[in-house]
Structure formats: C-alpha cells, structure tokens
Design a protein around this ligand. Structure first.
Ligand SMILES: NC(=O)c1ccc[n+]([C@@H]2O[C@H](COP(=O)([O-])OP(=O)(O)OC[C@H]3O[C@@H](n4cnc5c(N)ncnc54)[C@H](O)[C@@H]3O)[C@@H](O)[C@H]2O)c1
Length: 275
C-alpha cells in the first residue's frame, strides 16, 4: 500500500474529475492536500469532502496558467502544512470552447494554441519550478504529470491538446533527469477516456460506443481508477520508477487499429468482436 501518511500534496484541477478523486485518495491515505482550481465553488465542495475523509485541506483558487498564482499555491502549502512532498499537475484546458475550436493544424487559432499550452504545459512547468525548491527543503518528493494518450498519436482533431500532452511527457523526462539524484521523481500518466464530468458532457452515446468498441477491458475508467495509479506514482511504492510515462487507457492503444472491425478483417478468429 502507498505510504503517504504525514506528507503534504498539491493537486491542480482538483474541483472535479480526476483531480477531485486524487485529492480524496490522498486524504484517505493521511496526506494533507492543497487543492487548486479556477472553479471556486467546486473547490469548496471538494474541501468539505477531504475534511470528511479526515485530512487537512487548504484551498487555493488559482489559474495555473499564471505563474504568480502557482507560486502562491506552493508558498501557502509550505506555510500551512510546513512542507510539500507531492505535486500532481492535473489541470487541463479542455472546456467546450477550447475543444470546439481546437480542430486541425490549419484551422486552430493562435489563442487556442496559447491557452492550451498556458494551462497544460506551462501550468505544469510553473508547478515544477516552484515545487522543486520546496521538495528539496522537505528532503525529496514526487511529481505526477497527468496527460492523455492523445500525446502519442495523430488525430483529425485536438491538435493543440495533443501537442501539449506530448510536451508534458518531455517535461517529465527532463525533470526526472535533472532532479532524480536529489530524491525528486517525476513521472507522467497518459490516460485514455475517463468518465469524468467533462467527458460525460462532451460525448454522446454513439461516440462513447465507438470508443468503447476499441477498449480491451469491459468498461471505461472512472476518475477513481486513475487516482489509484496517481497515488502509486506519488508514493514510495513506485520509488524505482522515474522519468516514465505510464499508460492507463484500457488497452486502447495496445492493439491493431482494426480491432473493432475484426469481425470483418478476421471473421474466423477466436475472440473477434461481434460488431
Ligand atoms: N477525462 C478524460 O477522458 C481524459 C482523457 C485523457 C486525459 N485526461 C487527463 O486527465 C486529467 C484530468 O481530466 P478530467 O477529465 O478530470 O478533467 P476535468 O475537465 O473534469 O477537470 C479539470 C479541472 O481542471 C480545472 N482547470 C481548468 N483550467 C484550469 C486552470 N487554468 N487553472 C486551474 N484549474 C483549471 C477545471 O476547472 C476542472 O476542475 C487532465 O490532465 C486530462 O488531460 C482526461
């Protein structure tokens, strides 16, 4: 079991979805948590849940794309909890406006590229920049950059989102390389579709079915399924893993692209999909 008792963590994008589930998982393991988000109302609700789980919580309403706000969140964590051991860079710019405008390489506007990189990449960079001195003072730490398998593949949409995720994995390796010997690990988690509130809002039944046909597990991940992996990466249970991007996508990228059509391509094969 991960041992994070007495540690202090900072989780960005914690007002809902994976960030919320991670804050609660950390709390259940005795970790004090600073929760950061632009959504003040959502944060207040999660703060109550963390307290109910028996952990100390500090709330910071902040935009991770603004460095001074991230610096304040780290500083307040040290002031309130006396240390910072774990940083979870989870916040993502993926609302309807951005997703709708983040189309292809020709059409995606500069403003969408900028906001996507400001939050997804620069937000993580600011977190790392300010957390590392605090982690050095605490004697080491663990950083987890939450990303998407979109960072590995081309697609006909979401070009800025995918590029920002690929960059997040590079940032992960550079951080691990620079600070591994200081006792600070940095890993990334590339997830496939998770049934978070945003995913539920953005995807209708037909789209979910098309995605699900390509999973190698019976059903989609819930935010809690991802939080348990983040918890593992945050804790000493994963102390020999550094600079890696772990994939949690239900096998989505582990098979031949035509798997969902294998009833056509390999109709006699055992285990082909029934369509
Ligand atoms: N949900 C999925 O299907 C899916 C798929 C692949 C990867 N991921 C990754 O998982 C992580 C969490 O995803 P989720 O589905 O829980 O997301 P979500 O949209 O449900 O939650 C993201 C949170 O980030 C907050 N946020 C947005 N911009 C912010 C900013 N500038 N500063 C601070 N907070 C900000 C939002 O308010 C929200 O609370 C992300 O890193 C995402 O890339 C999710």
């Amino acid at each position: 079991m991960p041992d994070l008792n007495g540690a202090a963590a900072l989780v960005t994008g914690a007002a809902q979805g994976v960030g919320r589930a991670t804050a609660l998982a950390l709390a259940e393991h005795g970790t004090a948590v600073t929760i950061v988000d632009i959504n003040a109302e959502g944060l207040a609700g999660v703060a109550e849940e963390v307290k109910a789980a028996g952990a100390r919580v500090h709330t910071v309403v902040a935009d991770v794309g603004e460095e001074p706000q991230v610096a304040r969140a780290v500083q307040e964590t040290e002031e309130v909890f006396g240390r910072l051991d774990v940083l979870i860079n989870n916040a993502v710019a993926y609302n309807r406006d951005i997703e709708g405008a983040d189309v292809d390489v020709v059409s995606t506007p500069d403003a969408v590229w900028s906001r996507t990189f400001d939050v997804n990449l620069h937000g993580a960079t600011y977190g790392i920049r300010h957390a590392i001195p605090a982690m050095l003072r605490a004697g080491g730490g663990s950083i987890v950059n939450v990303g998407s398998t979109s960072g590995f593949s081309g697609d006909v949409v979401h070009v800025a989102y995918a590029a920002s995720m690929a960059a997040k994995y590079s940032l992960t390796r550079s951080t691990a390389t620079t600070h591994g010997k200081d006792g600070i690990r940095c890993n990334a988690l590339a997830t496939g579709l998770i049934l978070s509130p945003t995913a539920r809002q953005n995807l209708d039944t037909e789209k979910l079915k098309a995605y699900q046909d390509n999973l190698l597990v019976p059903d989609f991940a819930q935010p809690e399924d991802i939080a348990s992996i983040i918890l593992f990466l945050a804790s000493d249970a994963s102390r020999y893993i550094n600079g890696q991007t772990i994939i949690a996508d239900g096998g989505f990228q582990a098979h031949q692209p035509w798997h969902a059509q294998s009833h056509i391509v390999h109709p006699d094969a055992v285990g082909h999909r029934k369509g």
